[in-house]
Every structure is written in structure tokens, then in C-alpha cells.
Design a protein around this ligand. Sequence first.
Ligand code: NAD
Length: 529
Amino acid sequence: MTPLERTADVSVIGLGRVGLPLALSFADRGLRVVGIDNDPARLSALREGAMPFQEAGTQELLERVRRGGPAGLDGADAPGPDDADAPGLDGADGPVLDGADAPGPDDADAPGLDGADAPVLDGADAAVLDGADAPGLVVGGKPGPRGSGSGQLELSERVADAARARHIVITLGTPSFSHIEIDMRDIRSALDDLLGVLSPGHSLVLRSTVAPGTTEFVAGYLAKHRGFSIGEEVFVAHAPERIAAGRFLEEIDTLPCIIGGVGDRSGEVAAELFGVFGAPIVQTTPVQAELAKIWANILRYTHFALPNLLMMDCERHRANVFEVIDLINRDYPRGGIAQPGLTAGTCLRKDFAFSEERSNAPGMLLAVSRVNESVPLFLVEGMRRRIGSLANRKVAVLGLAFKADTDDERDSLAHKLVRLLERELADVAVHDPHVPTPTAPLEEALRGAAAVVVAANHSEFREPQTLSAIAALAAEDCLVVDPWNCWGAGQVFAYTAELAAPAVAGQDDRSRETKASGEQTSPPAKPPA
Ligand SMILES: NC(=O)c1ccc[n+]([C@@H]2O[C@H](COP(=O)([O-])OP(=O)(O)OC[C@H]3O[C@@H](n4cnc5c(N)ncnc54)[C@H](O)[C@@H]3O)[C@@H](O)[C@H]2O)c1
């Protein structure tokens, strides 16, 4: 089969919270990008110019990319998305959008997925299309200025269209099975769709978080089914996404980009692509890149499990967790414990399992997970101890997102908290100003509540007005449950009258400052012991 004509610089497979900001950022640096997702609703939203989720600055970026593409997608001085002749985001006429003229795995003349049907292109017979040899497709590796305006984002539902670019970046989800094992089904499915259309010169970069050994598995899969020499003909690397949700545009061109390439040249080729962001590039082996990513998340998951366990310990001993944390950290060079909170989210909740799969200390990280997962139950039991049965009593839950100031509800412990409260037969009212799930207005959620739980420490909730609204609208003796210490009162469980009291003795301005950053917080880095 003739390889697909390479009309783009980079394809991004999976336009989710990682892939979409990345695809837009490549386009913003002047690259021609093919963005691929199998969710038609997501593609429709993008074609209409709407970001399908919140990520700071990306709505403006999407609009800039729509305006800046070669076809001029703003509709003002150039054909726009509704224009019948305009290639680009409209999906109808763009070169890779309709799939009708693009051969893919379903095409009769496309090579099949087994090694027998697929022509094996060895390096000697096939011209290797590296950036230098392929006119018009050069990704120079030099940082492109933001908003360079010459980029383009084309959209497709077909994974095989990714082969129109030399660089293919996989940003698909990698959940974990409940069997303590990575669920690679989306990645396997994409690989199978790509097998028939890959050709020498292609570079495949895994941006998804993966279990140790996965990058070598992908390389082996391509070698097994297509006979490619990985690192010479076709390139495979892992370049893990390490940006925190909400900070993509802030961090993409500053965070060191770790790249672990298979064979001789894969790392170098992947660096040509990611070099456009201008961040330092750190070359390593594939497995070290995989371990660095998952262990950074294990570190955070464990770091926050300790204050959560301490919070439960303090309840048992009738101690105040915020005072104990202050005693640990105050002017002590070997302190450094973080603050309690609800710790989960789509990454922290599952990435530890990628180590636990083959652990030498089975159970250690499962115990960490159990601590974090038991915080909602701890809060419900604490409420029952103080105000008795929750049956038929109104409980307001503030926040459904997994962390502050995001609309991402995936794997949020707030949902678990709501389920547990419902199992107590409580009348649960939820308010969250960020998430797509419909929730009640704040006033409605609070009115007559016997208890209010702050499940996500959104900026809005940390305002004193929220506390005033609780005092005004909730029941007179309302119990406020605030593991985040949003208002500096320094009590996980407190009645509204107590919350008007001054902040906990010993809680200094510095610790309140870190609270205001909106995440589950840690004290400033401590000097070495
Ligand atoms: N979300 C984060 O903050 C974050 C941070 C660092 C790393 N990661 C990792 O990045 C990866 C992606 O995470 P995410 O949060 O962006 O996931 P996501 O679920 O938001 O995005 C995945 C996208 O892939 C699409 N998709 C699924 N199967 C497909 C297929 N066969 N073909 C085409 N599209 C398909 C889905 O429709 C979805 O839009 C995961 O490995 C995750 O662990 C995520």
C-alpha cells in the first residue's frame, strides 16, 4: 500500500483533558495538527468553537487557532467553518475530515493487521521521511512563538487519519482495572487501527500515563506485526504528561519534558516535536520516563494520605488536626506535613496501581489508597457522632469536582460522600458552580441544612460570604464539616457559631497563604534534614 500522504505535522489521538490543550498548543506554535477523537459530540463542540471542558485560557486559544489556520476559520476575512469550501474545523471538506477519501484499516486495499498481509517496509527499500526530507512537513524543533498564527487544527473520528502526520501522539485514557492492572484497551485499539497505515519515518509518542514496560510493549507490538526496526525506521517514545489540570498553558513551555525513546533515535525524533514548546527536554530510557511519571503521582497521593490519616487519628484522641499539623511544621526543619482534604481524581486514584501491579511490597500503596478513600466515610461518621442520625435531615454538600476550581468530576470523592450520605437516608442537596452535573443554587442548597460539608475547596467557597450565607440560611445549630479549613477556623467539625471565632491559635499567615492557592496544600519545601 502507498503510505498516506503526509499533509500534517502532528496528530494527537484522544482530544481529552490532556490531548486537546496539547493539540491546540501545537497549532498555536504554527504546526498543522490532526486532532482525533471517537466522540462525535466532542468534535461537534470543537467545530462550533466551544471547549468541552474548563482549562484556563483554552477557550481563547481555541478561538485563536480557529482564526489563525491557513484557511482563516474566523469567517471574517477568510472562509469560515460554515463555508462550504473551507478546509479545517468544519469536518466536511477538510483533507482528513470526512474519511471518505482517506484509506484506513477498513479499506479493501489497506494492509491488514497481521504481519502476513502487511508489506514489511524495511529501511533499505523505503525512504525514511524524516523532517528534513519531507518538504513542507518540517517540525523544526525550535520553539515557535505562541500565537504564531500559521497553525491549523483538523478534526477526525478515524484513528488511521493520524498517519497523515509524521508525529503521532497518543493521549488516550489509561484507567486501571479493579484487578490492580492497567487497562490498555484504548491504546491497544488505537495501535490496531494504526498498524496498517504506519510507514517508515513515523514517530509514535505515548503521552498517556502508562505502567512500566508499556512503551517497550508498544515498540515490540509494532515490530512484531509490521517488522519495523524501532528507533531506526519507526520511532517510539514515552513523553509523559506532567501538567496539573488547570495549568496547562502555564506549564507546557516551562516544565521539563521527560522523553524516553526506544532504540537509537526515538528520543531525538520525539524531542524534535516537543522542542517547539521551548521547555527543557530531559532524555532518559522509556521505563525511567514511565516510573518518573507514576511515582510523582504516588508521591502526591501518599503525601496527602498522611495528613488524612492524622485527621482520623486526631478524632480518635480528641485532638485538633490543624493544631497538630502546626506543631509539626512550625519552625521545624524536618517538618513538612500537608493539610488534610479529599484526595482523589482520575490520576492519583489509579496511577499507583500501575506500580502495585508488580510490587515488591504488595499492599503498601493499597493502604495509602484506602486512607484517602475512607475520608468520606470518616466525615459521615463524624457527623453522626455529633448530630445523631442523618435520616430525613438536610445535608448540603459544597463541591462535586475532584479538586478546587476545576469542572472535572471524574473519580471525585465528593460523589462517594453523596452516595454515603444517601445511604444514611439524608436529604442531600449539592451545589457546585463549576461542574457539568446540574446542581442546586447555593442558597437553595443551604436553606434549612442541618449540616454543610465542604467537599471541594473552590475559591468561591473560601470567600467569607459563603460562611455568612451558611449562617443566614442553614439551620440554627448547623454543623459545618470543613476538612480543608477554608475559613481558617481550624476545625474539621464545627457549629456555625464557632466558625465566627478567630482562627486557630498558631496558624500563621504563611499556612493560610498556601491554603489560598486552591489545592490540597503542603507547606513550603523544607530544607534537607
Ligand atoms: N487529566 C489529567 O489531568 C492528566 C494529567 C496527566 C496525565 N494524564 C493521563 O493522560 C491520559 C489521558 O487522560 P485524559 O484525562 O485526557 O483522558 P480523557 O478521558 O479526558 O481523554 C481521552 C479522550 O480519548 C477519546 N477516545 C477514547 N477512545 C478513543 C479511540 N479509540 N479513538 C479516538 N479517541 C478515543 C475520548 O473520547 C476522550 O476524549 C491518561 O493516561 C491520563 O492518566 C491525565
